[in-house]
Design a protein around this ligand. Structure first.
Ligand SMILES: CC(=O)[C@@H](O)[C@H](O)COP(=O)(O)O
Length: 280
């Protein structure tokens, strides 16, 4: 199956100096085998995949390097700082990721997905450390994509700190709860796109099913980043396909302009000039 056909029907996603054909960014963790991961990534139609830079995520139990299992000429890699709990740690890991990707001559060397977590139970982002790390990484020349909560005030701070994209969570990482607070995402969009309609806002984390991706895209976000919903699906490859369709459908639906919701019905066929039955 050719996974590139549908992506032509939506405009590219622009983030900093990068232009992506698919609006879906897919993670590389949690797959039972590298082979399954490769097939799912291909079927998702993505051209951008995110990779955790920490050694324990790059090298598996058999000593195989994740990057050897990926066709790095096909995807833009987005290194991420998963597993970091302080700005200092995240900045160090981001720099390490840049060195690795420079070695691979992958365009992903210029950017980083910043995750600075507060604790292992919730994996919620630490807003103070995230802002601090963003400032340092921007000063160091990175294009920073910030994983954050759906708090609009923090989202605005991150943009003001120079983030190339702000990525509010739909719900906690790996929880599969979908978009818990669409109104907060709406306010994030309003704050972040004020005077800057092309500023990229990407929902990152919490997706459980394809309908969550479509719902996020219909809110007007520019893309979705997800991992667990594909990797832990009973059939990851078919779920990847569903995610691809949902992302495109959600974007098209958003751009088409939905009808307003009404309390009462409006008839689908004309009520005027019809050889009429008696009105009751
Ligand atoms: C892969 C990655 O970067 C995750 O930390 C990300 O936030 C995705 O979350 P889900 O696994 O909930 O899709």
């Amino acid at each position: 199956m050719n996974a590139t056909i549908d992506t032509a029907s939506v405009e590219p996603l622009k983030v900093g100096s990068h232009s992506l054909n698919s609006r879906l960014i897919v993670g590389t963790g949690k797959y039972s085998t590298y082979e399954l991961m490769g097939e799912a990534l291909e079927r998702s139609g993505t051209d951008c995949i995110t990779v955790a830079v920490r050694r324990e995520r790059l090298i598996d139990a058999e000593g195989r390097n994740l990057l050897d299992a990926i066709d790095t000429s096909r995807y833009t890699l987005l290194p991420n700082t998963a597993g970091c709990f302080s700005a200092e740690d995240a900045v160090r890991v981001a720099r390490l990721g840049r060195e690795i990707l420079l070695g691979l001559e992958n365009p992903g060397a210029s950017w980083v997905k910043l995750e600075v977590l507060s604790d292992t139970r919730t994996l919620l982002p630490d807003p103070v450390e995230t802002v601090k790390a963003t400032e340092q990484l921007v000063a160091d020349g990175f294009e920073v994509l910030c994983y954050t909560s759906d708090d609009p005030v923090v989202a605005r701070r991150l943009k003001n700190a120079g983030a190339a994209s702000v990525m509010p969570a739909g719900s906690p990482i790996g929880s599969g709860q979908g978009i818990l607070n669409p109104n907060n995402i709406r306010i994030c969009l309003e704050y972040l796109k004020e005077n800057d309609p092309d500023y990229p806002v990407i929902v990152d984390a919490g997706v459980g099913a394809a309908s969550d991706v479509a719902a996020a895209m219909e809110l007007g976000v520019d893309g979705v980043l997800l991992n667990t919903a594909i990797a832990h699906a009973q059939d990851p490859v078919t779920m990847a396909d569903a995610m691809r369709h949902a992302c495109i459908a959600g974007r098209q639906s958003y751009l088409s302009g939905r009808i307003p919701k009404r309390l009462y019905a409006t008839a689908s066929s004309p009520t005027e000039g019809v050889i009429s039955l008696k009105k009751s």
